[in-house]
Design a protein around this ligand. Sequence first.
Ligand SMILES: [Zn+2]
Length: 258
Amino acid sequence: MNCDAASERMLDWIDDRLTESERASMLAHLNGCPACRSELRDLERVQQQLGSLPVPEPSAGLRRNFYEQLETFKEEAKPRPVRKFFQTNGFRAAAACLLMAVGIGVGYWLSERSASRQQVDELSEQVRDMRQMMMLSLLENPSATERLRAVSYTRDLNEVNDKVLDALLTTLNNDPNPNVRLVTLEALVQLGSDPRVRQGLVKALGYQDSPLVQVALADAMVRLQEKRSVKPLRRLLRRENLNDLVKTKIEQSIKDLS
Ligand SMILES: [Zn+2]
């Protein structure tokens, strides 16, 4: 066995999937090859680390691919307007007659169609749950880049559960990095049709110290036409050492909202 062959079989070696004779020749090679021994050790270490991760995380590329595929799948499975007619009871009755008359599998076609749609729905739900879970654990990450990535997972969510919403609002109010707070704010504004989100944003006005976030939040209040923000905005205006630009922006926002 040469190094390439040995390298190829290392994962199977670790998982104990080699045949007796493969094991023997692998062992013989490892005994005589320090390079492969060290490669195997590294691989085992990586495997162990992977095993101890709470959520096995696919690579960014893989995940993107997966979502792309899901989108394509959804797109293909989407009922087109023409099919609406095919889903009416009238058509089903006609199809039943046709089925009896000519014996083709229209019925099968219809049931398969709805079964696959159900599968797509289930898959979407699983993806959403997975994404929310991944996001919650990433938000705890010490790296700001990872936290930004976490927030970006909410981009495609139309609704969020309480846990995710709490996590986002906590991030908006407490994250040490203003960029993370800004991106979080943007994600929350996307969910602005949710009354819990709006209430959280109004409250957040009292917590922000960064001029950038203060301006962005005031801007968000105008975009959402959130009148309840006028009071906390006025309170913010009374703060000492408020940045002049922020002051102007807030005054303008109050005007736009009144
Ligand atoms: Zn070797």
